[in-house]
Design a protein around this ligand. Sequence first.
Ligand code: PAP
Length: 357
Amino acid sequence: MTNTPEVVLASGGAPPRHDGRAAGPVAFKDAFAFAFAAGDVDAAPLEQYDAVVSAMPARVSHGTKMRQNQGYWVLDAFARGAVAMQRGGFAPRAGDVLIASLPKSGTTWLRALAFATMARRASPPASPDHPLRRLNPHDCVPYLDMLFAVGRGAVVDALPSPRLMGTHMALSLLPPTVVDGTSGCKIIYICRDQKDVLVSMWHFLKRNGRQDLSLQEVYDSFCEGTCFQGPVWDHILEYWKASNEDPARVLFLRYEQVLQDPAGTVRELARFVGQPFTGAEEDAGAVADIVELCSLESLRSQRANREGAQGVFAKFSHESYFRKGVAGDWMSHMSPEMGERLDGILRERLDGSGLVL
Ligand code: PAP
């Protein structure tokens, strides 16, 4: 990176501040109104990681080349960036909040909820010009894995604290100071019933050009541990253990619990990031406003989420991130026997951890 841009909001001026401190994370796309392909930010060279990546085992899953990095299957196109990110490319700071998840576990929802919660002083959730009413949640919260994959991870260095960022990487693939907690970076992890996750993934890939993909193929990859970012049990277990060891550093959420009690989750998020709701905010309905702003219906109805696409190596339509948003949809697609088999594999893998999926 030779040319890291100054942060200038799309509206002009510097990021908003509150009480002398930054008021919350800045919507990423507002801060960096550039396309990944644009030449205004130089890409860092990634060739230095070619030898490391080519030594990783490779396979093709759902038509996509994957690499096994420290036991986890990552997209080949993301592998060099993953190594760069882990080996000093990403500089975590105290006050950072990282949203981590396996894909299709509630990432988009959690990014929206956390962003709306942390940025609520600068951007009141009921305001008509809230960033989430004009931007996709993934445009508000930078996706580190993709930024590093295109050599532009260092743009997050220019973001003011507190930063809110997202990753699908396993904990052990993050920089050592995130893994051991010494950076002061907090992590919010969300996990979901893996049967619903795989059905959601199947629909998502079919809606984005893989109409031929069978559910069985996706199912098999989950059971074998070869799906994107898998084995899923190791991914989940690493964050689960870290959360048990230090719950003030790693918050472990379940998609199903968020569905049951979104307001309770928003309060928990606020406490976790050190911004609990005041009595005045509670009285003014700030929690309910955040829940409403981030509801599936509300997000789905925004123009930014009905149109357009994102992704660098492949394009994923924004609308495909918003489907049913329920628990138990797997039953419409899988036999009870298929469900029981995957549950059995997970029970065995998670045995002794105290975690039941
Ligand atoms: P990602 O990891 O690729 O970003 P992610 O957001 O985790 O995807 O997964 C999308 C799922 O979250 C979809 O689930 P489904 O296929 O079972 O329906 C999507 O509907 C759901 N989802 C997205 N936004 C919300 C929301 N606001 N509330 C509840 N569920 C949501």
